[in-house]
Ligand binder design. Structure first.
Ligand SMILES: CC(C)(COP(=O)(O)OP(=O)(O)OC[C@H]1O[C@@H](n2cnc3c(N)ncnc32)[C@H](O)[C@@H]1OP(=O)(O)O)[C@@H](O)C(=O)NCCC(=O)NCCS
Length: 193
């Protein structure tokens, strides 16, 4: 999706939440709990041991733009990134996604689902998880780029509230344009009345 050498930005905006939270005000309700992944699947943060499997998907699903393994390694280790894998009942990786959050903007770095597991809601669940992660990191906007010849992914993003804001001609190595899309994260993440 975006090149992994995108700017590192300011100090990490994502990190472990303090274990001892300051005394909450009576009005604070906190974020709503995360819905589980679709039935039959589990999810967890990507671990280094997953990288080989993820990279195999990368080569298969993004033949023109696959990230080299070293680039993926740098990505998942970067403190502003959050990567998730989805596992099937046998514990096999069948999907993954990663986001970056720097200051007020989140970016979908990548998302992919094994073709044998498409159409079961995993892509939508991964996107919504990244929206929550970006909100937690303080982002008010989520950005992504998608190949102009990928209507399926673009349709998913539009159904999640993304708008097309820009076109980058011939952005990808094979000459395909990139559509830049953006979504306002504040309606669900902003202050409640
Ligand atoms: C794009 C991608 C992540 C979607 O993952 P997914 O798990 O199939 O997504 P979902 O099952 O949540 O479906 C999301 C939407 O895709 C569309 N969709 C699902 N199955 C479809 C099919 N067989 N044909 C066309 N569209 C379909 C629907 O609009 C669906 O919306 P719905 O939830 O209202 O039904 C997945 O197709 C993929 O990995 N593609 C290859 C890699 C890629 O293109 N990544 C995105 C780079 S920007």
């Amino acid at each position: 999706m975006s090149p992994a050498d995108s700017p590192g930005g300011p100090p990490p905006s994502i990190g472990p939440r303090p274990s001892a939270a300051p005394a909450a005000s009576p009005a604070s309700t906190g974020p709503s709990p995360e819905p589980p992944p679709p039935a039959g699947y589990a999810a967890r943060p990507l671990e280094l041991a997953d990288l080989e499997a993820v990279h195999r998907f990368e080569l298969r699903l993004f033949p023109a733009d696959a990230w080299p393994l070293e680039m993926f390694l740098a990505e998942v280790r970067h403190p502003t990134r959050r990567y998730t894998v989805v596992l099937d009942e046998a514990g096999v990786v069948v999907g993954y996604a990663g986001m970056m959050a720097v200051a007020e903007t989140g970016d979908v770095q990548t998302i992919a689902v094994d073709p044998g597991h498409e159409g079961r809601g995993l892509g939508r669940w991964l996107m919504e998880r990244m929206h929550r992660q970006a909100r937690e990191a303080g982002a008010g906007t989520m950005m992504l780029e998608v190949r102009a010849d990928n209507p399926r992914a673009a349709g998913l993003y539009e159904s999640l509230g993304y708008a097309r804001i820009h076109l980058r001609p011939r952005y990808y190595q094979d000459g395909v344009d990139a559509v830049i899309m953006s979504k306002d994260l504040t309606p669900e993440g902003g202050p409640r009345p």
